[in-house]
Design a protein around this ligand. Structure first.
Ligand SMILES: [Fe+2]
Length: 263
């Protein structure tokens, strides 16, 4: 099974690039996951952005700490293609993991929140242990967290028990793609699908003003050239055999491979 995981789709620019680019490449993949927690105007996900990502070819959408920012998400939580953080508080609607059938194979997708420099949530280690107790398919984890140290320790802790642990949330792709000693694919952060020259998807000018002066300023989704950030990997008999970071900048005629790792 060849899987594509698309990093945080940010606002209309990110959605539009997924809609225009993914249809051109989706036939290369058996299963496509995208993090959509910022798909609606940079804050949460709504019905239109959920449907736009699915129409483009995404099979499963994960979320994060902004899962509930747009209340329209409450109309979507019954859809099994939407995976919210598993370790959200127990009152949260929806599901934190889902198993998908892909041809004659299966994959379980889990979304988890980190706890370092993040809002309070349940213990992600305990939450994943609960899933692994009954999992009957290779497990893919979107670990939505800020600190590289937390993501790294988490991935190594579950090395060999999950197929892949790829981080989201910082919107900055890391160059640490690796197969861990017991076979789990790991990358601290897949990066963002949003405007390249921006502050994690938002306009630079207003964001910088806030940081420089400490004064309030309305910050809006940036405009300009958009970059898609993703990780592609092959899953065979429950293990990742090959992984490639994939980045596409819409001003170029074709995608560029930024790096590759092989087992
Ligand atoms: Fe986030």
């Amino acid at each position: 099974m060849r899987v594509l995981f698309i990093g945080d789709v940010f606002g209309k620019p990110g959605r539009n690039l997924v809609s225009s680019h993914l249809p051109k490449i989706k036939s290369n993949f058996d299963f496509i996951i995208a993090n959509g927690e910022n798909a609606a105007g940079g804050h949460g996900i709504n019905k239109d952005s959920f449907e736009a990502l699915l129409k483009a070819g995404v099979h499963c959408i994960t979320l994060g700490n902004h899962a509930w920012d747009n209340r329209e998400v409450l109309q979507l939580t019954d859809d099994p293609r939407l995976i919210r953080p598993l370790n959200a508080y127990k009152e949260a609607p929806g599901r934190g993991s889902g198993t998908f059938t892909v041809g004659d194979e299966k994959i379980t997708v889990v979304n988890l929140l980190g706890r370092v420099f993040m809002q309070p949530c349940e213990n992600p280690y305990d939450a994943l242990e609960n899933v692994l107790e009954t999992a009957d398919a290779p497990v893919f984890v979107d670990f939505h967290a800020e600190a590289t140290s937390e993501k790294t320790c988490f991935a190594y802790h579950f090395d060999g028990r999950i197929a892949a642990c790829i981080g989201t949330h910082t919107h900055v792709a890391t160059a640490d793609t690796r197969i861990l000693p017991n076979g789990t694919l790991f990358q601290c952060d897949v990066g963002m699908t949003g405007v390249l020259h921006s502050s994690i998807g938002m306009g630079l000018e207003a964001s910088t003003y806030k940081l420089r002066t400490g004064l309030p300023m309305k910050v809006e989704v940036a405009t300009g050239a958009v970059q898609l950030s993703a990780v592609a990997f092959d899953l065979e008999h429950g293990k990742v055999t090959r992984a490639v970071r994939y980045s596409y900048l819409e001003t170029q005629e074709s995608g560029i491979y930024q790096g590759e790792v092989f087992v």
